[in-house]
Design a protein around this ligand. Structure first.
Ligand code: ADP
Length: 510
């Protein structure tokens, strides 16, 4: 400050301006400064503050509440995001309802398809930026965001764009029935595949002529907001898709809104049950994709090295934050020692660390809360008497990380064999006969996915017929494709997403 005049020098004024433009964020009881973008994130445009996407515009939340979204690999905030309250959700549903009535439901399927193709192509064009933002916000390795999440998100829009003008042929055996859209769909998605889940939910809803209010998870809102920018660029009519950020309370407002015709939810079984209770008797349509505890079953006649790769991919892909993860390994007794020795060697080779490094295999755990849950369940495995095997890889000093882990000597009664850990922790059990494998695989309340590894085709068919799982992979694991339906049995939910089966959830037939 200049003593003579009492005015700020130009440099001091600039410093004060910059400080004012870098507001401090409060999150989880701590106060943070904004982090500078790391070099690897050049060309990524992240705003400091994101509003809600309602009626085709970014609008400040009426709730006046905001929260920070954190990079779990650095524990530093990336941006500040709006927290939608009841009035905000109401505005979003009204915008979706207007867009449905006035525009989207009247458009021909061919016209709707054109928008979806355009969105798919824009996702491809912006793939690099989307992958980096996904990795920074969620912690997944960049090679997965780049090679799996973003291309699959585009593929979902391409696939459903193709259906938009062919819906009358989508339901064979129900000839003469014209599929009609439902209206406004409320879609609530989790944090493990943020962009992909948004695409997975939006594309079929829009193809079938519905409009949407989408709520991303509170720890990973950024790629949905990037997608909002893409929707604007694609000139999607205002209100056809609205995006409200926030946590469970925001989701509950959406679930309970009287003008919402359908809820599509992916998340925990616990919240899925709450939602099921909330919509009971309301006439709302509902699909739920919930938790899982998949059995990955390896027979003695399987190609062992290939099976080990499938086991690794089944449980360590995306740090095990996968509802269909192969989190229980059932291995035929005669090959158990050999297979576990190979697995123990293989997890030592996995590179754990900076998710933005393209050589990283296992990135950051999505949040401190999730890390605590993984630690607690892992400790329960030790306490209950299973044998711990853990990679000795060094973990970064900062950020939420957990080493690739498996337990041998696991009993079916152990918590690690029954509860969804949603982390890089595998519970290994053995079996002697196919009947025993089936019995163990089916003995939980979950039924989302399973894997079978064997040299014998007949054995694959015999097993898949008896496994109570919505998806069964044979000699592979965690393979996704927009043409194949995905969904569960029992407490893993109901309804199917993807493929022609997934369209049915978004239309009225008759
Ligand atoms: P996870 O345990 O994997 O975080 P959740 O089921 O808690 O899964 O979260 C999945 C999604 O559901 C998130 O978008 C979250 O904000 C939302 N959600 C959480 N609680 C509720 C609720 N009571 N009603 C509606 N949505 C909710």
């Amino acid at each position: 400050m200049s003593k003579a005049t009492g005015e700020l020098s130009p440099a001091a004024a600039a410093a004060r301006r910059i400080a004012a433009e870098r507001p401090r964020l409060e999150f989880g009881g701590a106060v943070w400064d904004y982090a500078p973008a790391p070099e690897a994130t050049d060309h990524v445009r992240l705003a400091r503050r994101y509003d809600l996407f309602v009626g085709g515009e970014f609008v400040a939340p009426r709730s006046k509440r905001r929260f920070a979204t954190i990079n779990p690999a650095t524990e530093e905030p990336l941006a500040e995001v709006a927290e939608a309250g009841a009035a905000d959700v109401d505005a979003a549903v009204e915008a979706a309802e207007r867009a449905y009535r006035r525009h989207w439901s009247r458009l021909s399927g061919a016209e709707r398809g054109k928008y979806l193709y355009r969105i798919a192509r824009l996702i491809q064009e912006k793939a690099r930026e989307l992958a980096i933002v996904e990795t920074m916000d969620g912690g997944k390795p960049i090679k997965e965001a780049r090679d799996v999440d973003v291309p699959l998100a585009a593929a979902h829009f391409f696939y459903h764009a193709g259906w938009a003008d062919k819906l009358e042929y989508a339901f064979p055996g129900r000839a003469g029935r014209t599929p009609r859209p439902l209206g406004v769909c409320g879609q609530i998605i989790p944090w493990n595949f943020p962009l992909l889940m948004a695409a997975w939910k939006l594309a079929p809803a829009l193809a079938c002529g519905n409009t949407v209010v989408l709520k991303p998870a509170e720890t990973t809102p950024l790629t949905a907001l990037k997608l909002a920018e893409i929707l604007r660029e694609a000139e999607l009519p205002p209100g056809v898709v609205n995006i409200v950020t926030g946590a469970g309370e925001t989701g509950a407002h959406l679930v309970n809104h009287p003008k919402v015709a359908k809820i599509a939810f992916t998340g925990s079984t616990e919240v899925g049950k709450l939602i099921q209770r909330a919509v009971a008797g309301s006439g709302k349509r509902l699909t739920l994709e919930l938790g899982g505890k998949a059995a990955n079953i390896v027979f003695a006649d399987a190609a062992i090295d290939q099976a080990v790769e499938g086991i690794v991919n089944g449980i360590y892909f995306n740090q095990g934050h996968v509802c269909c993860a192969g989190s229980r390994l059932l291995v035929e007794e005669g090959i158990a020692d050999e297979l576990l020795a190979k697995l123990a060697w293989r997890i030592e080779q996995l590179r754990v660390g900076d998710p933005l490094d393209k050589n990283t295999d296992v990135g950051a755990i999505n949040s401190k809360q999730q890390l605590d849950k993984i630690r607690e369940l892992t400790q329960s495995g030790v306490d209950e008497g299973a044998t711990l095997h853990q990679s000795s890889c060094p973990l970064p000093a900062k950020g939420y990380f957990f080493p690739p882990t498996f337990f041998s000597g696991v009993a079916q009664s152990h918590r690690i064999a029954r509860e969804e850990i949603f982390g890089p922790v595998l519970a290994v059990m053995t079996f002697r006969t196919p009947d025993e494998a089936i019995e163990k695989a089916n003995n939980l309340a979950y039924g989302l996915s399973a894997g079978v590894w064997t040299d014998k085709g007949a054995k694959i068919f015999a097993m898949t017929r008896r496994l109570r799982a919505g998806v069964v992979w044979a000699n592979t694991f965690n393979k996704f494709d927009p043409t194949s339906p995905f969904g569960g049995y029992k407490e893993s939910g109901f309804g199917r997403e993807g493929g022609v089966h997934g369209l049915e959830a978004y239309v009225e037939l008759g």
